[in-house]
Design a protein around this ligand. Sequence first.
Ligand code: ADP
Ligand code: MG
Length: 397
Amino acid sequence: MRSVDDLISEGVSGRRVFLRADLNVPLDKLSGTITDDGRIRASLPTLQALRDAGARVVVAAHLGRPKGAPDPQFSLAPVAARLSELLMTPVPLAADVAGDDARAKADALGDGDVLLLENVRFEAAETSKDDAERGELADRFAALADVYVDDAFGAVHRKHASVFDVAQRLPHVAGRLVARELEVLTRLTSDPERPYVVVLGGSKVSDKLAVIEALLPKVDRLLVGGGMCFTFLAAQGHGVGSSLLEADQVDTCRRLLAAAGDRIVLPVDVVAATAFSADAEVSVVPVTEIPDDLMGLDVGPRTVEIFGTELGAARTVFWNGPMGVFELAPFQAGTRGVAQAVAAVDGLSVVGGGDSAAAVRQLGLDEDAYGHISTGGGASLEYLEGRELPGLAVLTD
Ligand code: ADP
Ligand code: MG
């Protein structure tokens, strides 16, 4: 796989580069302002290197899940504004994805200039299952540039026009972010230093069963917290009150627990409340005694201690998914405790997942204390599952 640095050393001055970036930042629902610009900042090294080399950069990205048509709520306008502050240069936003305005603005770029296309998911073809539909959009993307750089690690597991099809139409290389993600994920999959401990949390167990299955034979310990732990606790026969529960996954969890022996470690206590609310009354209860009318919204202090001990002994750690509803103050302690223990690991520590990375920043933890913070949740999980990722496969040929 060739990298953007190979491209730069060949000379890219005056050439138009189609850069697929991951700028899918969370927005405040009411004000529309960016609540965490981590992904924008993570995209700067590749972008700045291309500008410094005199490339004319056409940036493509998606934001949220618009329904295949323009929708002002999902416009990249706030992202263009933030990007131009961070780059300290104007970043115009095309009025369309790959239409007349995009073409006119791409033609007008000077060396080192940057243009942002409007949200690629405003075109239904971007995510279409139909190769010809995606192909037609990819043709229009390819007409905007001479070379393709993929730096959108968070989207490499998608067979989308701006990720997959356009790469087949232009000379293609991996951006620095994609190259770095691959380097780290390779270290996790090929002979990790032991003990290798994985911490999984987040809300949906069904999203993460495949990765649990794939990781179980490879890890020394799998610590499970977050909303997904309740399906496992139910599989052990505990009542989980009104906590998040995926009843149809209980059998699978039971089978995984039986196969894992003592490698899967579940919480022993949880922070429970009567409602999903910052001012609900909270109590700490053992998992064996969760009252019927309470829901578990964080792991408890004893669990944080146990997870901390496992993490303290680890030499390689991958953490995906918050331990609780960290967005609400009363349910932050579990995520904070685990985040601190992961940061203190003597070895390689990797954080994957949009919400997990956001939690690290929101809780004011030092990002530099981690070996790597992955911007791509789904993509890193699929990579760890051992699946082929279309956006990476297309860069290798
Ligand atoms: P990531 O983006 O890091 O992969 P997920 O998207 O899987 O993480 O999960 C994040 C969400 O899980 C957060 O919004 C958090 O509030 C939620 N969550 C964590 N613990 C619980 C819980 N006990 N009950 C309900 N939701 C939870
Ligand atoms: Mg998430």
